[in-house]
Design a protein around this ligand. Structure first.
Ligand code: ADP
Ligand code: MG
Length: 593
């Protein structure tokens, strides 16, 4: 038998390699824009024809190249951006692989014109399918112009798989918009079929966003700014009520590089924590800054994906940044939607935090004050993560011990608590409120060592189904952390020896089984993790129910604790906890305004 392995000819090898970097016209646009930004351009123009299929031209006023560099730039692995392995660990430019120009030139007809400030004339290089066709001089200003014609002309299969012009245009539009958002200090001009699509001057981020999304939407955004020990983030978040049904307008930048990262997307959603329903998408723009040593941007040729040294802590950081921004604003579902301006001022008053050291929620624990139910905001952080703890500390109002400004007046049908708020009337769902309180108490316990447990004088034996027994086995360590002390006896028998302090006496076994049921239900939600599911199930089942009569003291305590939580306006399942009727709304309804 003859040998079968052979080395591919260079043209074929380079076409294969090009395929990884250049998948569609937008990929070319992305790479050329990155080069212009890396070259320090202040003004960048992108011109396309036929959705980039026949022409893509990017012109910048950056540093330019010498004539020999202009030729070398098209070699594979030719780069000015890194030279040692250490540089690779500390990347501060958008490019570094030295592949883009080589890849683009392998699958198109390229003309490069470039000039440095110090050079008399500019350099011209023409390449077709990776072969240099012409080298010369041109008269031009400082900067670089790359034009890419007839993309994929020599790779028919690629060309065939291109989508409609509308689709390819949309990709290009997004590709130009992203760096225009992460670099508001650079002017971007985008021209398609000889028409200006956008032309944005250097400005602030806010003004740049207004150019793209309009004043109304931008003014409704909530600014984010968090400084951690190793991370910094800033940006804007959309209010949940403006969330869209289509996944768009989500910008995640890492050191000014647009990235796609599922972990961080999830962190953002956890931050919104049910303020948006599944399948709707709020506007998100988060710009993260991290020491480049702590992140690997070299995991894919397109550099869209990155790997963080510590995925968990960046997750937490982002989640807390989002959560804090949202809870610092009045996100209560107000009945009066029209009186935006009014409720805005009112929000400042009604959001005043309640006392930090609150009285135990007597009656709910049923076991008197031996068990402290103090909501320690510090404990609400999911783990002893330093980053997050530091964030908590940066919230002065929580440490100040302000007394509550929301005064319960009456209980309606043993279900709702009618309260007076400085800005109007507030109706609170007692079950949802207690659920929120318990959820936030339990989450940090799940991250730490075993929590408080109330020993039962008469331990309760339960026979479980095989499936439930398996679930208990699996959840055993977490159950203990919440405070359920459970002994497993094999053959599907368990004995409950202790329960968390909030569990109503006499209902231990029922509540335990309900928590299991609820947990299994929650398991259908693939997004949540076991801890979150368990915390939700427990909060739901151990909370007071609609129909439970409350004393005035109990209502006061419940309301106090509710407004000391991180997200007092929605229950862990995403239903509203309270409804507010502002004075403006009442005045309007009574014809006073
Ligand atoms: P990389 O960006 O990864 O270095 P590229 O193939 O995209 O690789 O570019 C190769 C080199 O060509 C760059 O390192 C840079 O020195 C030079 N270059 C490319 N585009 C420009 C530009 N617009 N202005 C100045 N230099 C450029
Ligand atoms: Mg590049």
């Amino acid at each position: 038998m003859p040998d079968v392995i052979k080395i591919l000819p260079p043209e074929l090898a380079s076409k294969i390699a090009a395929g990884e970097v250049v998948q569609r016209p937008a990929s070319v646009v992305k790479e050329l824009l990155e080069n212009s930004i890396d070259a320090g351009a202040r003004t960048i123009t992108v011109v396309i024809k036929d959705a980039g299929k026949s022409l893509i031209q990017v012109v910048d006023d950056g540093v330019g190249m010498s004539s020999s560099d202009a030729k070398l730039a098209f070699e594979r692995h030719a780069t000015s951006k890194i030279s040692t392995y250490d540089d690779l660990e500390n990347i501060r430019t958008l490019g570094f692989r030295g592949e883009a120009l080589a890849s683009i030139a392998a699958v198109a007809q390229v003309e490069l014109k470039t000039k440095r400030a110090s050079d008399e004339a500019g350099a011209l290089v023409r390449i077709d399918g990776g072969e240099i066709k012409q080298v010369g001089e041109v008269g031009m200003e400082r900067g670089t112009s790359v034009s890419v014609k007839n993309l994929f002309y020599n790779t028919p299969a690629r060309k065939h798989f291109l989508k409609s012009n509308a689709t390819e245009f949309k990709h290009i539009y997004e590709t130009v918009q992203r760096p225009a958002i992460s670099h508001p200090e650079i002017a971007f001009q985008f021209v398609s079929e000889a028409e200006v699509v956008f032309d944005v001057r250097p400005s602030t981020l806010e003004d740049r966003l207004i150019e793209f999304f309009g004043e109304k939407q931008v003014k409704s955004l909530l600014p984010v700014e968090e400084q951690g020990e190793i991370f910094h983030t800033s940006g804007y978040l959309g209010k949940p009520e403006y969330a869209r049904k289509v996944p768009a307008e989500q910008f995640l930048f890492l050191n000014k590089r647009f990235i796609i990262n599922r972990n961080l997307n999830h962190a953002v959603y956890s931050g919104y924590e049910h303020l948006v329903e599944m399948g709707s998408y709020p506007f998100v723009l988060l710009s993260l800054e991290i020491d480049p040593h702590r992140v690997d941007v070299n995991i894919h040729p397109t550099k869209l994906e990155v790997k963080f040294e510590d995925e968990r802590s960046v997750y937490r950081f982002v989640m807390m940044a989002v959560r804090r921004t949202l809870s610092a604003h009045n996100l209560i579902p107000a009945v009066a939607i029209e009186s935006e301006a009014g409720s805005e001022t009112a929000s400042k008053l009604s959001f005043t935090r309640v006392s930090f050291n609150r009285t135990p929620l007597a009656g709910f624990s049923g076991r008197g004050s031996a068990v402290s139910q103090t909501v320690d905001v510090g404990q609400l952080i999911q783990a002893g993560n330093r980053q997050v703890e530091e964030l908590e500390g940066s919230l002065p109002q929580k440490k100040e011990g302000l007394s509550t400004t929301i005064r319960p007046l009456a209980q309606i049908q043993n279900k709702y608590i009618l309260s007076e708020a400085p800005s109007g009337l507030m109706i609170i769902d007692q079950h949802a409120a207690h659920e929120r309180i318990l959820y936030e108490q339990v989450l940090p316990r799940l991250e730490r060592e075993a929590g408080q447990s109330q020993q039962l004088i008469f331990p309760q034996t339960l026979e479980l189904s095989q499936a439930d027994y398996a679930t208990v086995m699996e959840l055993h360590p977490l159950l203990e952390k919440i405070g359920f002390q459970v002994k497993l006896f094999g053959k599907q028998t368990i004995v409950i020896e202790g329960v968390p302090p909030d569990v109503k006496p006499g209902h231990e076994a029922t509540i335990f089984q309900e928590v299991l049921e609820e947990y299994k239900d929650e398991e259908r939600n693939p997004k949540s993790d076991a801890r979150d599911r368990l915390a939700k199930s427990y909060a739901c089942r151990a909370a007071i129910k609609a129909g439970d009569k409350l004393s005035h003291q109990e209502m006061v305590s419940l309301v106090d604790q509710l407004f000391a939580t991180q997200v007092p306006y929605v229950c862990p399942h995403g239903r509203p906890v309270s409804i507010k009727l502002s004075i403006e709304e009442l005045d309007k309804r009574f014809g006073r305004l």
